[in-house]
Design a protein. Structure first.
Length: 215
């Protein structure tokens, strides 16, 4: 409390000096009557009277800010202070949440509640919320001996929903066994596909298409 009073006194003295230099005759002070603090109100006083007012508990009046003080002297501390109300974000990656800057106990903070991290998977997102996307080898294809439509055997990589497909580059990779040819995305090379896909050829659709990789 002593430090706070010292700061207010310093602010008053600075304002006093500024007012004298500028030739201003009055400054606004939030007057808190001794013994009747609920009747606080703004008064205009000469710069020379400011130190005395600050010394007995008054404060400089001004725009409300988030500092635990009733700056605008309306009887309410930190009511709709400047510097609040704008959008803010807490957390990163998949945990990021949007909220609003609010004033709590004289400090500005974001009221957003970030989500919880999950295990990283190959999906182009930062699932574990550490600032990195698809790290840890989660997007590395499972190598296997390539098969074609007539020889597909489910169970590639230990997953019954995966088969070992032949890629456009001539190798083998475990991919999702379920595909709808009518909606499949055509490709000539894996570069035509997304980050978690490979271009599967010699398949049952009769054309190269982008197949989701199994990991």
């Amino acid at each position: 409390m002593k430090n706070h009073s010292t700061l207010l006194m310093a602010a008053g003295m600075l304002l006093l000096g500024s007012a004298a230099i500028a030739g201003e005759s009055k400054v606004d002070v939030c007057h808190i009557p001794p013994g009747n603090p609920s009747n606080q109100h703004i008064i205009s006083v000469g710069p020379s009277a400011v130190p005395a007012h600050l010394a007995h508990g008054d404060q400089m009046a001004g725009t409300e800010v988030c500092d635990g003080v009733d700056n605008d002297c309306d009887g309410v501390v930190d009511d709709d202070p400047t510097g609040t109300g704008q959008a803010c974000t807490e957390g990163v990656g998949a945990c990021a949440a949007t909220g609003t800057v609010v004033c709590v106990d004289g400090e500005r903070e974001c009221d957003a509640e970030p989500g919880q991290p999950t295990d990283e998977v190959c999906d182009g997102a930062d699932n574990d919320c550490d600032g990195d996307i698809d790290e840890g080898g989660v997007c590395t294809p499972i190598p296997c001996e390539a098969q074609i439509c007539s020889t597909y055997t489910p169970g590639c990589g230990g997953d019954s929903g995966c088969i070992c497909a032949q890629t456009a580059e001539g190798g083998g990779a475990c991919v999702n066994a379920i595909v709808f040819c009518a909606s499949a995305v055509h490709c000539a090379a894996t570069t035509d596909c997304g980050p978690n896909e490979t271009c599967q050829v010699n398949n049952c659709c009769g054309f190269g298409f982008c197949a989701p990789l199994c990991h």
